[in-house]
Design a protein around this ligand. Sequence first.
Ligand code: IMP
Length: 432
Amino acid sequence: MTASLKDSISLQVVLGTQWGDEGKGKVVDLLGENADIVARYQGGPNAGHTVEFDGECFILHHIPSGILRDHTKCIIGNGVVINPDSIMEEIAFLENKGISVLDRLFISMNAHLILPYHHLIEKAFEGREGGLAIGTTGRGIGPAYADKINRVGIRMGDLLDSNGLTEKISQNVHMKNRILEKVFNAAGVDVTELLEGLHNFRENVRGCITDTTWMLHQELQKEKRVLVEGAQGTLLDIDFGTYPYVTSSNTTIGGLSTGLGISVRKVDRVIGVIKAYTTRVGNGPLPTELEEDFGEKIRKIGGEYGATTGRPRRCGWFDGMVARFATQINDVDVLAVTKLDVLETIEQIQVCTGYRYQGKELDHYPMSNRILDEIEPVYEVLPGWQAPITEIRKYSDLPEEARNYLSKIEEITGLPIGIVSVGPNREETIWK
Ligand code: IMP
């Protein structure tokens, strides 16, 4: 592995080490300068990757943030779920801003579609009486992945076979409408309208649908530089997260293999994006959650409102147990610490270094919500730097207290920090 994140490398991955919203969009955009291809492996329009430059703010939901660099090709892998209307809106938004998309976007023929019945089923499920609301983004993600696993999903490649599509959609709508009407007492969807919309969608994206796995292998053979982008974060992973309060895909490193068709053995570097504090949106455990007043303060300074739904994010102190767990299971090589500037007014910063459970300190992160609900975080208190840092570009120019805080993160994780983000803009970055 080369030392600097600015050095070019064949295959690198950027993924989230907390509950999403770590600032992956900005990191992918920064590294995208030195990438030929940027590929996304899972999730869908539940993600909201925010990138700011030249006074403009872009929020991307399906399309990899690499699209904002005009030399990159972008791939949406088979592991992603796509909402036809919302991806078309995203493409139109970018093209209106003068960013060419359709000639640089490649969508896996095996990526699944999110269809109107998925939204309706999710809404009925989340709102059901006595049910366990996950607090989803309401984008139909869970039902779309459920159909994939249940082998009744509609894939991008199905759009290219009109008769087959009509048959599959008709069968699905028949079944889903019965569930909606009979179980949830809700209205179903109109099959003709749905098919019409899908035919229009096909005409718009026909040229983008391809075998992206073959394409990626070809590009890697030509020694092109590939940057892979994960969505959400490790603790939202369907297997390793705080289940059931998770998303419906593998956000962790394994998702790269199943969501793109590349072996993890090909990965040269894993970059773990970690926010200088913790946030989560939606329900479920958050061991270091701040009291409401203080949480509100951080939320306001950090603009911690969901990029997709606008919901206020819950805020907490940096959680070293989560950081160690996430960096271990993803085999992270180097960290990108984001939003350090948000802490610049805080007098005393707490860092969670362990969890106490039933009077004893745990030696590893417990993958159990029951235990997480009962643990007591063990904190170390570090003095804040209480000075603005957004204009700083050199690590050595950071106040000593800020450097100490970062060193603590390195000590807890045993990993080096390669990037420190001190503001939302591209330039507001320190390369270590
Ligand atoms: P879903 O992915 O919409 O099914 O939502 C499941 C859980 O994941 C909810 O707690 C959401 O708030 C959370 N979630 C999904 N996508 C994101 C994201 O991009 N950032 C942060 N949280 C997310």
